[in-house]
Design a protein. Sequence first.
Length: 420
Amino acid sequence: MNDSRPRALGPIELIALGLNGVVGVGIFFVPAAVARQVSGTAGAMVYAATALACLPIALAFARLGNRFDEDGGPYVFAREAFGPRAAFVVGWLACVSAIFSTSAVIRGLAQSLPWNQDAGSWGVRATASLIVLLLAAIVAAGLKISAWAWTGVTVAKILPLVTLLIVALAFVPVAPATATPAPEATGELLRASLIVLFALQGFEIVAVPAGHVKRPGSVAIATVVALAGATLLYVGLHLACVRALPGLGASKAPLVDAATAYGGQRLGRLLSAGTSVSALGIALGMVAMTPRYLAALGRRDGFGPWLGVSNARGVPTRALAITAFVVFCLVQIGSLDELFAMSSIAVLAQYGSTAGSLIRLGVRKFRGLGKRDIVLGILASATTLAVVSGAHWKELARAAVVIVAGVVLKVAVSRRPGQA
């Protein structure tokens, strides 16, 4: 390591980044969705089984993340395994999806804040714009500052969830005055697993800032710990909800309702505030990492070296400016739900490409990889293919449009004077 890149990320910061990526707004609503498919305490086992299926994917990221000293994660893996063209598709999909997802999360956060409940769309747009500028300013201050910020927010959003678990262990829930009958569970284990799978996504982000990690081994540790820690938390929260809410499947805000049943309105309000903190944490992590997806494409076989420039604080300034500008524009428009839905395809593309990269590099015995890694890659590929089979054709169509747009943009940029 004879470069001057700041090595600001240790195990704590990486674990916080992974947990922040996994523990998002979804867990505040997922228990009810799972209960509509699998009733009772059996629903909690769906989280454990799904996490076990995800483990080969997490281990694939861990194995490859330890072997690359460069930002970009799945893009870097695919470039080494399959060449720049395949890597461009993966990196571009991840970047565009992250930009739209960031915009959707920030817009949703702005809409949920109390002072915007009765405000017009202008109030939501103004609040969302301020959030974008604030988060971009934090990220621009340097990687170390960003790491402190996302670590602090991760602690802040997990504390209410842990508090609910502790209270659930110590107190008997008080049944609500008017209980809503829950719909009968359908018994669809696969559907429940898909719901949980999307709530467990996010551990893949740990490998993205690998070029600024103090010790490469930390990437593997943080990836697995993020998945395992989130799974244990989710299992406990689901059991707490089952115990507190006989009609769990009918609840619109299961964690808030469970907290109210255990600890009254005060605990309920704490969990409600946790939703906003989680959204803020996800948005911060995305604003910090999305420019690194974009900067990874700053190569002669991508959008050109000008895009990959970073300053002395470890910030890809041009990629950050472009990301912040596009997100700022997107939060001015209406609902981004349809755009946000594309994120699942992009994540699956990262999973599939990483699994394939591990197989390819294992065959080549790249940096100590071997037969066990090939088997691991096959298992990770099987999980990814099982999930892809449930994708909607609209999501695949959106992904295809994004890929075509990226290729067109790449060709246009390569024809600029001075571009190789």
